[in-house]
Design a protein around this ligand. Structure first.
Ligand code: AMP
Length: 447
């Protein structure tokens, strides 16, 4: 299903498209038509389900049908916390930018005067926390008599935080004739009571919690050829000063190979997969947790059994065949309340896998420009050098280069196309650990 079929105006669809959303979430596809029809609504939906757009978009559209009421707001969204208020206001502003709607936000804990000024300037949508809204109403800084649409967001939390009296007082300031929407993650007896009190013949919508984790993870795609993935990865780890990264490969063999290659680039690595003994797996995991190993390279199945959560970085060295596995993988980076980063290295042959993943996520993953990364050969005769050879699809030209171990790939722009001469095993000796790396960038020596 697309947003177009929901009956939204082109100006709103344009704003949605700019966000990168292609498909409405379940709460959106159910709530938007109901709200557009003018019905009251009670929705069981948690944060992460896309509930904000589910009420902001149709409200904005309904506002375009009536003239502005001077400076007075025509839609009021009540939220229990400042953070949520700020977030909802930000959504209303970005979705409303092409219809020219004005949004103000007011909450406690900050100076009231700028909020009075903003209300005086006028708004169409007002997002507020209850206490501050009542303060403003008492000071006659806000007139709620033009409110046509009232939204109670996170109603259950509102009651938990003891806002029921404030809420009653606010309801009295609103016109009797209005549309009411209520969102709550849970349905307690109190919530049902509240719903009965102020909703009229509401449409009921309930959706399962979406994988909220995926929303908190900063996701990036790099388009890069297969042969260059390891060089880019080594660069990302080095330049980003990553201390702990879980890297997913598709095969056990691939996991071993990559761990060897990363090691030869001076990045402490270990592979973990089904062919390793239990002892080796436990040791690798312990080293990883103790920060003795920077990169843990794992296959999907091996990683599932691991008790490693709250990682700062996850890398999809190869995309999983099953899109849901992507969500599980990146979920590893979700830290309580914080964010993580998930980087996917996508070669041309993986484009359709990426598309499938984006379909499941219902959004596109931003593609980052390739940084200039050094291409470093593995020490001759090493397992990593053999792995390099296995990675290369064909041998280039004739004759080996013995002097240059390293070249800078200056923005290899065509994924999979351009392939600087590199990686040829040298017959030269030297300290493999330091080869080709400026000093100070290395991770070895500190362990
Ligand atoms: P919410 O539940 O409103 O807090 O939204 C959770 C997250 O989902 C936010 O980061 C939104 O930007 C995002 N989101 C909302 N609608 C969609 C959609 N249709 N497709 C993808 N992501 C969405």
């Amino acid at each position: 299903m697309s947003f177009e079929v929901l009956g939204l105006k082109p100006e709103l669809l344009r704003a949605v498209a700019e966000k990168g959303y292609t498909t409405p979430s379940p709460i959106q596809s159910q709530a938007i038509p109901a709200v557009l029809s003018g019905r009251d609504l009670i929705a069981g939906a948690q944060t992460g389900t896309g509930k904000t757009a589910a009420f902001v978009l149709p409200i904005l559209q309904r506002l375009t049908a009536t003239p502005q009421a001077g400076r007075a707001p025509r839609a009021l969204v009540l939220t229990p916390t400042r953070e949520l208020a700020a977030q909802v206001a930000e959504s209303a502003r970005s979705y409303g930018k092409y219809i020219g709607s004005r949004t103000s936000v007011v909450f406690g804990g900050v100076s009231i005067n700028p909020q009075i000024d903003s209300l005086r300037a006028g708004c169409d949508v007002l997002v507020a926390t209850p206490g501050r809204l009542l303060d403003l109403a008492e000071q006659r800084a806000v007139d709620l008599r033009s409110v046509q649409c009232f939204v109670l967001d996170e109603a259950d939390r509102m009651l938990d935080m003891g806002f029921i009296h404030a809420l009653r007082r606010i309801l009295k300031l609103l016109p009797a004739q209005r549309q009411n929407l209520m969102f709550s993650a849970t349905y307690s007896e109190d919530i049902r009571e509240l719903a009965k009190r102020f909703l009229r013949d509401p449409v009921t919508v309930e959706v399962a919690a979406r994988n909220a984790t995926a929303d908190r993870v900063e996701q990036t795609v790099y388009r890069v050829s297969k042969e260059h993935k390891r060089h880019l990865l080594a660069h990302l780890i080095d330049s980003g000063n990553w201390h702990q990264v879980l890297v997913f490969t598709r095969t056990k063999h691939g996991a071993n190979r990559l761990a060897q290659q990363l090691e030869s680039s001076g990045i402490r690595s270990a592979a973990i997969h089904g062919n390793k003994s239990q002892g080796a797996r436990v040791r690798a995991l312990a080293d990883f947790k103790d920060n003795k190993v920077v990169a843990l390279v794992a296959t999907e199945v091996a990683a599932r059994g691991l008790d490693i959560k709250e990682l700062p970085h996850v890398v999809n060295y190869e995309l999983p065949n099953v899109p849901e596995d992507y969500v599980h993988r990146i979920g590893r980076t979700a830290r309580a309340g914080g964010t993580g980063s998930a980087v996917s290295l996508v070669s041309p042959d993986e484009t359709s896998l990426l598309r499938d993943i984006e379909r499941v996520l219902r959004r596109s993953i931003p593609v980052a420009a390739l940084p200039a990364y050094p291409v470093i050969a593995s020490p001759p005769g090493s397992a990593a050098a053999a792995a390099d050879r296995a990675d290369r699809p064909f041998r280039q030209g004739g004759g080996g280069r013995h002097d240059s171990q390293r070249q800078h790939a200056s923005r290899p722009s065509q994924a999979g196309g351009h392939h600087p001469r590199h990686g040829r095993p040298s017959s030269g000796g030297g300290n493999s650990q330091d080869r080709g790396r400026p000093s100070g960038q290395r991770r070895t020596g500190s362990y």
